[in-house]
Design a protein around this ligand. Structure first.
Ligand code: KIV
Length: 273
C-alpha cells in the first residue's frame, strides 16, 4: 500500500485538484475513508463534541488526541493524517508546542493543526523549523469560542478581513503547509486563497478554497447537538450537508462527499456566508 505524501497532495492542489478532507476518530472509519478516496483524515478535537458528548472542544486532552490519532493511523496507514493540537498543548511556549507535536507525529500524524494567527505564527514557525508540517486554523477558531462569544462568522468588517489576510500571509511565510478557514465570508476566503502561496481548506468558507473539510457526523446527518441539550433545540450549521440521505450506505455517502468536493459541486452557495 503506497503512502500518500503531503508534498504530492499539495502539488495536486496547486494544479487545481480539490482536496477532500473529513474528520475521523477511529480505525473502522479510517479504513472506510481511505477506500472512499478521502485525501486527508483530520483527527479533530471536535471529538470532544461528537465522541465525548461535550458542548465544545475545550476539555479535550492531549491523551485523547494521542489515543484517537493512534486508532486512525492503525485503520489507514496509507492515508495522510492531520491531528489537532488540543487547547493548552501549544499556546504557552514553542518548546511546549514542539514536545506535543512530536508526540502526535510519533503516534501516526503527518501534520498538526493549531488555531489562531498573531502570536501563533511564532509557534508555527518553530514547529516547521523542527520538521513538523503545520496547518493554521483561522477564522472561527473553536478553542476560542468563549472569547469569540459563540459560533460567529469571522472576517466580516474590513479590519477583521485585513487581519485574516495578514494572518494567513504570515502563516504562509512561516512555512505552514495549509491554512484552514472556518466560517468566513466566501469572497474573503477566495481572495486570500488567490493571494497566498499555499493551499487553503474551507469549512463554511465557500467553494473557492483549495479543498473542503466536514465533520464526519455532519456528513452522515447523525449529530444532533451536545448531550446536555435536547436534540430538537439543535440546528446544524449552514455549511453541514447530510450525504447519507441520498446514498445507500455509509461508504457511498463518503464517496459522494469526495466526488462532490472533487467536482466542485460541494459546497453550494447556500452553504456559504
Ligand atoms: O476539530 C475539527 O473537527 C475541526 C474542523 C471543524 C475543521 O477543526
Amino acid at each position: 500500500m503506497n503512502h500518500v505524501q503531503l508534498t504530492n497532495l499539495l502539488t495536486r492542489a496547486r494544479h487545481g485538484e480539490k482536496i477532500a478532507m473529513l474528520t475521523c476518530y477511529d480505525a473502522t472509519f479510517a479504513k472506510l475513508m481511505a477506500a472512499a478516496g478521502v485525501d486527508m483524515l483530520l483527527v479533530g478535537d471536535s471529538l470532544g463534541m461528537v465522541i465525548q458528548g461535550a458542548a465544545n472542544t475545550l476539555q479535550v486532552q492531549m491523551q485523547d488526541m494521542l489515543y484517537h490519532t493512534r486508532c486512525v493511523a492503525r485503520g489507514a496507514p496509507q492515508c495522510l493524517i492531520m491531528s489537532d493540537m488540543p487547547v493548552g498543548s501549544y499556546e504557552t511556549s514553542a518548546k511546549q508546542a514542539l514536545m506535543h507535536a512530536q508526540a502526535l507525529m510519533a503516534t501516526g500524524a503527518h501534520l498538526v493543526k493549531i488555531e489562531g494567527g498573531g502570536d501563533m505564527v511564532q509557534i508555527a514557525r518553530h514547529l516547521v523549523n523542527h520538521g513538523i508540517p503545520v496547518c493554521a486554523h483561522l477564522g472561527f477558531t473553536p478553542q476560542s469560542v468563549e472569547k469569540l462569544g459563540g459560533y460567529k462568522i469571522q472576517g466580516k468588517t474590513p479590519e477583521a478581513a485585513a487581519r485574516l489576510m495578514a494572518d494567513a500571509q504570515a502563516m504562509a511565510e512561516a512555512g505552514v503547509s495549509l491554512v484552514l478557514f472556518e466560517m468566513v465570508p466566501a469572497a474573503l476566503a477566495r481572495d486570500i486563497t488567490q493571494h497566498i502561496a499555499i493551499p487553503t481548506i474551507g469549512i463554511g468558507a465557500g467553494a473557492d478554497c483549495s479543498g473542503q473539510v466536514l465533520v464526519l457526523q455532519d456528513v452522515l446527518g447523525i449529530y444532533d447537538g451536545p448531550a446536555e441539550k435536547a436534540p430538537d433545540t439543535y440546528r446544524a450549521p449552514r455549511f453541514a450537508q447530510n450525504f447519507l440521505q441520498d446514498s445507500g450506505s455509509i461508504a457511498q455517502a463518503i464517496q459522494a462527499y469526495v466526488k462532490a468536493v472533487k467536482d466542485g459541486r460541494f459546497p453550494e452557495p447556500r452553504h456559504a456566508y
